[in-house]
Design a protein around this ligand. Structure first.
Ligand SMILES: NC(=O)C1=CN([C@@H]2O[C@H](COP(=O)(O)OP(=O)(O)OC[C@H]3O[C@@H](n4cnc5c(N)ncnc54)[C@H](OP(=O)(O)O)[C@@H]3O)[C@@H](O)[C@H]2O)C=CC1
Ligand SMILES: O=C(O)CCCC(=O)O
Length: 495
């Protein structure tokens, strides 16, 4: 076991945000025997932290304390909950530079992108602090004069959040903020690659006055912790962001105790460019949606579909623009493309490119591991991509844009929908009728029309088919953590 690193806290304005312990019941918790998981900087491979490798026992305790805390938290007034969540937002804003730096060091994304993520994550706390006060019920016209029907919304109970490494801050807050606003309490297992953002959020939650037990973060063994979170009777919702494969497993496990599940899973986003599109805007959009977070986002464009008559012009402009993207360490000035998260991710990306080239694709730009070494990969454009290539069917999760060709609108819709995934899709055209027609015909939960940046706290984020169940964000995100309770009152005639 290497010594725990000490340099990182010196880089922070507030060193107390650097935490190397789990957080249960308002206390910092180490492994009883000192077992740890190393956290490394994906840009350098350097060890930056060690967090406890906890398991079944601590996961169970986290659920028990969350269950206990639920009794009081759910009874607080909406306004009281709102004020605490709002204070949490203010603290995140105050400490955004430190949160962004921690995020870049553990995840790799360029610092400006990390800052944007911190603000995006914080926006969920701001939004749900407001929304907490607007959990309205209904009074339904009754079928007898002496009856009244009331539907109240009640918090569902303990929520288990299992979150990924690609958005170590925002994917936690997108789940935890509405859950707390609704009156639920939360146990969370962050991805092992990126626990530091989660633990810094605990520190700020404590400073905001969130009572002990309302938000617990348990680092460690995913099978043991996930096993407890999907089987313990007290957990009523399992909310997960990650791969479709793990999502299916968690759903299966959760079925045994009939838990509600909310699943944000993989995607295979088509980006359709019609011949009447503004090509420069489409190129700009394709770059924004494909290369964000080095392509490691579930709404990242995975397949670019371009109409035949503009295919050459589009691929030329795209390749030229992509060739100019600056690859570098996230903390380097001007870096736009960071490293991939790990060697496995790099192998998947390289494998998709090799398979496409073997099946006839040509390089527009890139196509190799980057000279920086490690897990850096060149931003890549593949021309003449075909549906039989792996890259057409699997989520690449890397900086590679395969460009496919289509002839008619019908063919574009058919190609776009030819996937088991259904998260995000993009359409570029100047024809309003076509935009509506195609937007409605796409089997995806989110459609960007002449717009590539979709994620915002006020709108419902989520997919159909194997991309998941449920929605996060906006009023829809709060509903995931509320149960309608129907109460009927009889005998009102007084006889
Ligand atoms: N929708 C999205 O945003 C994401 C999609 N992906 C897709 O998945 C691919 C693989 O990435 P990967 O990181 O392996 O994704 P995973 O789905 O395996 O990991 C996401 C989270 O799930 C946890 N997890 C894995 N197995 C279990 C389990 N049995 N019980 C409880 N929790 C579990 C992981 O923890 P642990 O690492 O400890 O196993 C992590 O916290 C990517 O290439 C990408 O295509 C990945 C991340 C996010
Ligand atoms: O990849 C993900 O699951 C996170 C999506 C980030 C976003 O909200 O855009």
């Amino acid at each position: 076991m290497a010594d725990a690193p000490t340099a990182l806290p010196d880089a922070l304005k507030d060193p107390a945000l650097f935490r190397q312990q789990a957080y249960i019941d308002g206390a910092w918790v180490a492994h009883p025997a000192g077992a740890v998981t190393d956290v490394t900087n994906p840009a350098t491979g350097d060890l930056i932290a060690q967090v406890p490798k906890l398991g079944r026992e601590e996961a169970t305790r986290s659920v028990e304390v969350a269950e206990q805390a639920f009794r009081a938290w759910s009874k607080r007034t909406a306004k009281e909950r709102s004020q605490i969540i709002r204070r949490w937002f203010d603290l995140m804003t105050e400490h955004e530079d430190d949160l962004a730096l921690l995020l870049t060091l553990e995840q790799g994304k360029p610092l400006p992108e990390a800052l944007a993520e911190v603000r995006y994550g914080a926006a969920f706390t701001e939004f749900y602090a407001e929304e907490a006060k607007r959990v309205y019920g209904d009074v339904v016209p009754a079928h007898f004069t002496d009856r009244r029907i009331v539907v109240a919304k009640q918090p569902i109970g303990v929520v288990a959040a299992i979150t990924p490494w690609n958005f170590p801050n925002a994917m936690i807050l997108r789940k935890v903020a509405p859950a707390l606003a609704a009156g639920c309490t939360v146990v969370c297992k962050p991805a092992p690659q990126t626990p530091l953002s989660a633990l810094a959020l605990c520190e700020l939650a404590e400073r905001a006055g969130l009572p002990a037990g309302c938000f617990n973060v348990v680092t460690g063994n995913e099978v043991e912790i996930g096993g407890v979170y999907t089987s313990h009777d007290a957990v009523r919702v399992v909310t997960f962001t990650g791969s479709t494969q793990v999502g299916k497993l968690l759903m299966e496990q959760s079925a045994r105790t009939v838990k509600k599940t909310s699943m944000e899973l993989g995607g295979n986003a088509p980006f359709i460019v019609f011949d009447d599109a503004d090509i420069d805007r489409a190129v700009e959009g394709a770059i924004a949606s494909k290369y964000r977070n080095t392509g490691q986002t579930c709404v990242c464009t995975n397949r670019i579909l371009v109409q035949n008559s503009v295919y050459a012009a589009f691929t030329q402009k795209l390749s030229a623009a992509v060739a100019k993207l600056k690859v570098g360490h996230g903390t380097e000035d001007g870096a736009q493309i960071g490293p991939l998260i790990d060697a496995q991710a790099l192998d998947k990306v390289a494998g998709h490119v090799a398979d496409a080239l073997a099946k006839g694709a040509k390089i527009g730009t890139g196509g190799n591991r980057h000279a920086l070494g490690g897990t850096f990969y060149e931003p890549t454009v593949l021309i003449d991509a075909e549906p039989d290539m792996r890259i057409a069917r699997e989520e690449t999760f890397g900086p590679v844009a395969p460009v496919f060709r289509f002839r008619t609108e019908e063919e574009a819709v058919e190609m776009a929908n030819d996937t088991n995934y259904g998260l995000a899709a993009y359409v570029y055209s100047r024809d309003v009728g076509r935009c509506w027609r195609v937007g409605e015909a796409l089997d995806f939960g989110i459609v960007g029309i002449n717009e590539a940046l979709l994620s915002v706290e006020v709108a419902p984020f989520g997919g159909v088919k194997e991309s998941g169940i449920g929605r996060e964000g906006g009023k829809w995100g709060l509903e995931e953590f509320l149960e309608p309770k129907y109460m009927t009152f009889g005998g009102l005639d007084g006889e």
